[in-house]
Design a binder for this molecule. Structure first.
Ligand code: ZN
Length: 417
């Protein structure tokens, strides 16, 4: 399986200039190729093939006066830039045909000098890691790397990324054997929340780290500073980098925390069940900032990646499943509860429930039933999500029982899909 390993790199001033030149060339090649394809589309001509495009916008272009400078950079990143364009087109076509799920993908766009993130990819021919730990990039030189952890195997490609905070990273793709852990008995249902980050069906709670809230004061000060600087001035550019750095630091801390939490959960449990929350829908609402801060989609993605790697199972419970309405003791459906209701007593059996813990237990039961009913064994990571699904506010499931065929968890039923 392919995994990414990212490290901070520190190019010298000269290397930064070479990188900037290569970013520019890769962008020009990409835009030239995109223009050719757009023209062909407009003219009703057949879709230009990748090999022909490569010849036209790299090999032939180098011989012209306007594009002669393409020869001053390595050819590998230029070819990779065209591959990226191919991928962008493939995603668009697959999205139109319905082969690709999720949000619709538009046609590829022209790249701009002002894009906040610049990147270059080198394949095996274009880079190597030297014995002294430096990363050699063709026509750039030996770049210093901060090896925060060891590479588990020979990487097949590396992407150099310059972010808006002015930092450079090298992201290696490594093909590794999966690391299947010994089986354990425990399974867990997880209810994601805002008051606490998550409640696990076993009763443990992951507290909300609220990184953004803590860092907010600093961010606000930096933002104010930025708004006071004259447009186009050098000081404004400096202030902008300061803001970007503050944001980047928060993102790093959050990622680190998410890695720790997800690794622990995957190690301790054989199967993890989550609700299919509509994070994009939630992110637009009043709760946007908290949702963004919580990083739920990343939490889920990391769990899925680690489950594959360590031989664990992930089940996603349909978003219409009324996890906060059912009694996890007797299966009685008690009706919708506003978010302010943190605890409730079942009107059928009288058991007193903590809202989130009850939901986590229902998610566990629904996920387990789903897994048993699934044809061909365990639920795979990334169960298909209905495209037209409505936004759901956390805890108040707007979905309709009749349309999904959900029966009470604990008595065995889950959405059959
Ligand atoms: Zn009950």
């Amino acid at each position: 399986m392919h995994l990414r390993y990212s490290y901070r790199v520190y190019p010298t001033a000269g290397q930064r200039a070479s990188l900037a030149r290569t970013f520019g060339c890769a962008r020009v090649v990409y835009n030239d190729a995109l223009a050719v394809r757009k023209e062909a589309r407009k003219g009703g001509l057949p879709y230009p093939k990748s090999a022909d495009l490569q010849k036209l916008v790299i090999t032939e272009a180098k011989k012209t006066a306007e594009r002669a400078w393409l020869a001053s950079v390595g050819v590998d990143p230029l070819i990779q830039s065209l591959r990226d364009l191919d991928t962008a087109y493939r995603n668009f076509f697959d999205s139109v045909s319905g082969k690709r799920k999720g949000r619709p993908v538009g046609l590829p766009q022209f790249k701009s000098k002002r894009d906040t993130r610049q990147s270059l990819r080198f394949t095996r021919n274009g880079f190597r890691v030297r014995g002294n730990g430096k990363l050699n990039l063709a026509k750039i030189g030996d770049v210093r790397v901060k090896w925060s952890r060891a590479l588990p195997a020979d990487p097949s490609s590396v992407t150099i990324v310059l972010d808006s905070a002015g930092r450079y990273h090298a992201s290696f793709v490594v093909d590794v054997e999966s690391d299947v852990l010994p089986e354990v008995d425990a399974e867990v249902g997880i209810d994601l929340g805002l008051t606490t980050y998550a409640v696990l069906s076993g009763g443990s709670v992951i507290d909300n780290p609220r990184f953004l809230c803590k860092a907010e004061k600093k961010l606000k000060a930096a933002q104010r500073e930025l708004s006071r600087k004259a447009k186009g001035s050098k000081n404004r550019a400096k202030a902008r980098i300061k803001v970007a750095r503050a944001h980047a630091k928060v993102a790093d801390t959050r990622m680190d925390w998410l890695h720790k939490q997800t690794t622990r959960i995957i190690r301790e449990t054989q199967a993890v069940y989550l609700e299919d929350l509509n994070v994009r829908g939630l992110g637009r609402g009043r709760l946007a900032k908290s949702v963004h801060d919580a990083g739920w989609s990343t939490f889920r993605r990391l769990l899925e990646e680690k489950a594959v790697r360590y031989g664990r199972n992930i089940g996603i419970v349909h978003r219409a499943f009324p996890s906060s309405q059912l009694c996890s003791e007797c299966g009685h459906r008690d009706g919708p509860k506003p978010l302010t209701v943190r605890a409730w007593a079942c009107s059928a059996c009288g058991v007193l429930h903590d809202r989130d813990l009850n939901a986590a237990r229902n998610i566990l039961a629904a996920g387990q039933a789903d897994r048993l009913n699934a044809p061909g064994g365990p639920v795979r990571p990334g169960v298909a999500i209905p495209r037209q699904a409505r936004p759901v506010e956390r805890g108040t499931h707007l979905g309709d029982l009749r349309t999904t065929g959900v029966r009470a968890a604990g008595t065995g039923g889950v959405p059959a899909r």
